[in-house]
Design a protein around this ligand. Structure first.
Ligand code: ZN
Ligand code: ZN
Length: 169
């Protein structure tokens, strides 16, 4: 199943949201809609929030909402496939409103997560050897450009001499 969702929250009318919820068989509640819109806003700027971060954002519109309600809304949205719950990325689960196929690049320095769009191709060999593939999970870990540039500009010159000594061995 490949549901494509307009990730620009500002372009999503209430009728669009109603249709998405209806198609997913999910009852519309103010809380769920607020949580969903928050995740779409985050997805548009490649931000993958934790439940706590969603809660912080939603509280601006619905001050009375509880963290527990946000958890429950996230669970329903994830179960119905309107958002993706990503485990094994950070110590807490994070959520992604971008449902089109994409992978993630995680910076080991600042923890930022970028959406990566690469052909995932098909894996006929793996299917033959191991079984039918339902999902491909790929994580790229490394140093983002911002952190890379910061580290480069900070490199002290004496270390170059030190490395030079090691290199001669
Ligand atoms: Zn970084
Ligand atoms: Zn993503």
């Amino acid at each position: 199943m490949n549901r494509t969702v307009a990730t620009d929250e500002t372009k999503l009318t209430q009728a669009d949201v109603q249709k998405l919820f209806q198609d997913a068989g999910l009852k519309m509640t103010n809380q769920r809609i607020a949580v969903y819109r928050e995740i779409l806003r985050d997805a548009a700027r490649q931000f993958h929030p934790t439940a706590e971060q969603v809660y912080e954002g939603v509280r601006g519109h619905l001050p009375a909402i509880s963290l527990n309600t946000v958890y429950r809304a996230l669970t329903s949205l994830a179960e119905k496939g309107l958002v993706k719950r990503l485990s094994n990325f950070t110590s807490s689960d994070i959520y992604d409103g971008l449902l089109t196929d994409h992978w993630h690049f995680i910076c080991t320095r600042c923890g930022s997560i970028q959406d990566i769009f690469v052909e995932s191709g098909n894996f006929p060999e793996i299917s033959k050897v191991a079984g039918s593939i339902e999902e491909v999970v790929v994580q790229f870990r490394g140093v983002c450009h911002e952190c890379g540039n910061r580290e480069k500009s900070r490199t002290p010159s004496p270390s170059a001499g030190f490395q030079g000594v090691l290199g001669d061995q």
